[in-house]
Design a protein around this ligand. Structure first.
Ligand SMILES: Nc1ncnc2c1ncn2[C@@H]1O[C@H](COP(=O)(O)OP(=O)(O)OP(=O)(O)O)[C@@H](O)[C@H]1O
Ligand SMILES: O=C(O)c1ccc[n+]([C@@H]2O[C@H](COP(=O)([O-])O)[C@@H](O)[C@H]2O)c1
Length: 207
């Protein structure tokens, strides 16, 4: 669909380290897409996620795995904007660039409860919520409440926090990395093509 004023698009942005991408990421994107009637969800692998320890897989490997995971899922696309940018990956830079490039598109940033609570520590977070809606999923082990200052800032800018109805999924990339290091199967945890890629490239063999 073209990016015009008469046909405004609604796009979800799912940023992540994706080290590796797993089934909960796909469920999160599919749920946001259907619950919010989005035209598409763009997966945006972070280049240099500054709040985390160094990642195990390379940017190219994480990009490959994202593309393998979303193949055959209409409406799920990959965006390499953060992999191409130098320096720490700040979501605000991504949001600004995407809004400038797609002026008639309404963006919703999708995230889990862990990052919803963490969002007020992000670089330029008030500017982020001035520009996009948020859509958050529950996550086991993380309280549901959004930080009050986040809700105030969203409301001040006329933006919304959508609560996704998808059930909690007890799955993380950390668990996947540990499972692989212990020689366990990834069946039901990650797409088969991603599991094969991890095996071929001998990723995550040491926890
Ligand atoms: N099981 C899940 N339920 C809901 N949201 C999730 C889940 N797993 C990841 N997310 C969300 O997806 C986004 C990207 O997550 P990320 O790539 O860091 O995966 P992760 O499983 O949290 O990784 P790690 O275990 O390495 O921290 C974040 O907003 C995160 O909250
Ligand atoms: O912009 C920031 O300062 C910022 C700080 C922490 C996380 N984020 C983004 O939040 C998304 C999820 O991050 P993570 O670490 O849970 O994979 C991903 O797109 C990160 O770039 C962004």
């Amino acid at each position: 669909m073209s990016d015009t004023a008469t046909t405004p698009r609604r796009i979800g942005l799912l940023g992540g380290s994706f080290d590796p991408i797993h089934n909960a990421h796909l469920q999160l994107a599919e749920s946001a897409c259907s619950e919010l009637s989005l035209d598409a969800v763009w997966f945006i692998p972070a280049g240099q996620p500054w709040q985390r320890d160094p990642l195990a897989a390379s940017p190219q490997q994480r990009w490959d795995m994202v593309n393998l995971a979303i193949a055959g899922h209409p409406g799920l696309l990959a965006c390499d904007i953060e992999l191409k940018r130098q320096g720490p990956s700040y979501t605000i830079d991504t949001v600004r660039a995407l809004r400038a490039a797609h002026p008639y598109t309404a963006f919703t940033f999708i995230l889990g409860a862990d990052q919803l609570r963490n969002l007020p520590t992000w670089n330029g977070w008030e500017d982020i919520v001035a520009q996009v809606d948020l859509a958050a999923a529950r996550r086991p082990g993380y309280a549901d409440e959004a930080p009050p200052e986040l809700l105030h800032a969203l409301a001040a800018h006329g933006h919304r926090l959508h609560r996704l109805a998808m059930p909690e999924i007890d799955l993380s990339a950390t668990r996947i990395r540990h499972s692989i290091a212990q020689g366990e199967s990834l069946a039901g945890l990650a797409p088969t093509a991603v599991a094969h890629y991890i095996e071929q490239h001998r990723l995550y063999t040491h926890a």
